[in-house]
Design a protein around this ligand. Structure first.
Ligand code: SAM
Ligand code: SF4
Length: 460
């Protein structure tokens, strides 16, 4: 039987969820992509690229917007494709885009980290993958790359792909797992028995890929806490260095195919909360360290080491140790960042293809970062990464905020009273209980949110 203390805790949690569960950004950047406008385009990006210091190593993100089939929950920018020609011509254009970027940089810039994301990068045939790397090496200096990472779909992965990628330097891989229960897999249109994940992990380990991440999800249709815990216990045999535990973001206004998911099959906020707490407790018990909001890493992993040292960062791919000033995004919908601002490529593949064919940088929109944005970005990044920030330190680095954060602190007052966050002598610290609500705490510093008409996913 449940204890009185446990019942009281559940009632209190339900009250907090009712009060603070709102549509808030995931803060993979500040300002968020919702603030990008058409005022910033190819001209600004060309200028900013021209200002990258010659000695700076940059990071590169390459987006592959193709999948074998579409998972109904998917919020990524991708589509189901079965024609190799579509993929091959896309890769030709990626190489062309890399050449355009290199021309604006004015040199073969050194690259420190290279990330292939999607979609599903293993939709490229091994030969096409080799061609992509050849093109990237022509445009950039990849000799001192420390990290080559790829997001992979276990069901469509082949040993030949893994071997080719390993030849190109792949040393970090992320496999999508989500949930291994056949009932949940049917409800999300993603049939992927454990044996498939096990096989993929084996190929990667055999090829010498030292770091393996697994993506898991909670809050999926028909998913129960036991499904998630059973999935976790199964994947523990793969000894992943890292795990991501994402709450399903139901955003059908952005991703209409999510309407294929039956709303009545979705767990409610209290159940979602319980699932994430149970999964987190399980992983901590297995020796993983919780990293930020939704990652877990073994204590010796770079991410855990960076988190303990306060050197964790957040970018469009989530939590990272990457501290490069310039991130160059290639491919449809990719976002790039430099100290001056953000730019995003055309999300529609047709527009992206047309711009690259015309020899242009395929930028659709962006944002120039102001001094106040920089200050707030640091606060939000530290809160998302460290769950704490010292406001006078931010003032020292960026100059004092004009409003002294009076508005933000007023907005935080109810959360301070509810014990989610404490504020003393300039030190803001998210409490253990407040961690799941950290995005709402960050939102207090977000000056653009109130005026924005963009709808984000739910907090819990
Ligand atoms: C690019 S996919 C991973 C690689 C590969 N395409 C796959 O699915 O196996 C990125 C990850 O985003 C997560 N994801 C996708 N849609 C999501 C949503 N609506 N809410 C939360 N996480 C989501 C999933 O965990 C997925 O594994
Ligand atoms: S989750 Fe991965 S495989 Fe499924 S549709 Fe999204 S990107 Fe493609």
């Amino acid at each position: 039987m449940q204890s009185c203390a446990e019942t009281r805790r559940q009632i209190r949690t339900a009250g907090l969820i009712a009060r603070y569960d709102a549509n808030v950004p995931r803060y993979t950047s500040y300002p968020t992509a919702a603030q990008f406008t058409r005022d910033i385009g190819p001209g600004e990006w060309a200028k900013w690229l021209g200002e990258v210091p010659a000695q700076d190593a940059v990071s590169i993100y390459v987006h592959i917007p193709f999948c074998r089939t579409l998972c109904w929950y998917c919020a990524c920018n991708t589509r189901a494709v079965n024609r190799t020609q579509t993929i091959d011509t896309y890769v030709d254009l990626l190489v062309a885009e890399a050449g355009e970027v290199a021309a604006r940089l004015g040199r073969r810039q050194a690259v420190r980290r290279l990330h292939l994301g999607g979609g599903t990068p293993n939709m490229l045939s091994p030969g096409t993958l080799g061609r992509l790397f050849h093109g990237l090496r022509e445009a950039f200096d990849l000799r001192a790359v420390t990290e080559v990472a790829a997001e992979l779909d276990p069901a469509s992965l082949t040993k030949a792909w893994v071997d080719q990628a390993a030849c190109e330097g792949l040393n970090r891989a992320s496999l999508g797992v989500q949930d291994l229960s056949p009932r949940v897999q049917r409800a999300i249109n993603r049939i992927e028995p454990f044996e498939i994940v096990d096989r993929a992990a084996g190929w990667l380990r055999d090829a010498g890929v030292a770091s393996l991440n697994l993506d898991l999800m909670y809050g999926l249709p028909l998913q129960m806490q036991d499904d998630l815990l059973k999935t976790l216990s199964q994947v523990m045999t793969l000894r992943p260095e890292r795990l991501s535990l994402f709450g399903y973001a139901h955003v059908p206004w952005l991703k209409p195919h999510q309407r294929l998911i039956n709303l009545t099959d979705l767990p409610g906020p209290a159940e979602r909360f319980a699932q994430s707490q149970a999964a987190s407790a399980y992983l901590v018990d297995q020796g993983y360290e919780p990293i930020g909001l939704d990652h877990f890493a073994r204590p010796g992993d770079d991410l855990a080491i960076a988190a303990r040292a306060g050197r964790l960062h957040r970018n469009f791919q989530g939590y990272t140790v990457d501290d490069a000033d310039t991130l160059i995004g290639l491919g449809a919908s990719s976002i790039s960042r430099s100290p001056q601002g953000y730019v995003q490529n055309h999300s529609q593949e047709v527009a992206w293809r047309a711009a690259v064919r015309a020899g242009e940088l395929p930028v659709a929109r962006g944002l120039e970062i102001t001094a106040d944005d920089r200050r707030r970005a640091e606060i939000i990044e530290r809160l998302m990464c460290d769950f704490a920030v010292f406001l006078p330190g931010v003032d020292r680095r960026h100059g004092p905020a004009a409003d002294r954060f009076v508005g933000a602190l007023q907005r935080l007052q109810p959360m301070i009273e509810d014990g989610l966050v404490s504020y003393e002598n300039g030190a803001l610290a998210v409490t253990e209980q407040g961690r799941p609500f950290v995005r709402a705490i960050c939102a207090a510093f977000d000056t653009s949110l109130a005026a924005s008409t963009v709808r984000h996913g739910r907090l819990i």
